[in-house]
Design a protein. Sequence first.
Length: 128
Amino acid sequence: MRTTIALICFGLLTACASKPSNADGMLRGHAEAQARKGGVCELHHIPMENKLVQVSYGLPMRDDTYVAAMARSFPNAESDVNGGCDPSDGPRKAHIFVCPECKRAQLQWARKHPKNWEAEIILREQKV
């Protein structure tokens, strides 16, 4: 039992301890993939908006149901960027592409799943 707990703790610590080889290397994956496509949503085939957003750091929590819906129905709705676990030399802001139709689909999903904790956050942000 102790060995299992120790291995889990070690895995979590090493996952957050690694630094990208480039300070903003982790940030570029999503935005660069979209930028290579000319900023056009691969699902809705419309131009996306280029937004400057804050970079968050830490191990993000995600709900599996939300992640599956996002991949299927609103892949470019997220308007935040996670820079990994170590903020010491990472960027504070990043440019990302956000699709307005993906944002609309994300909000519709949240309204259909109001008890989902990720939906609650989306709906709360909508009211602000």
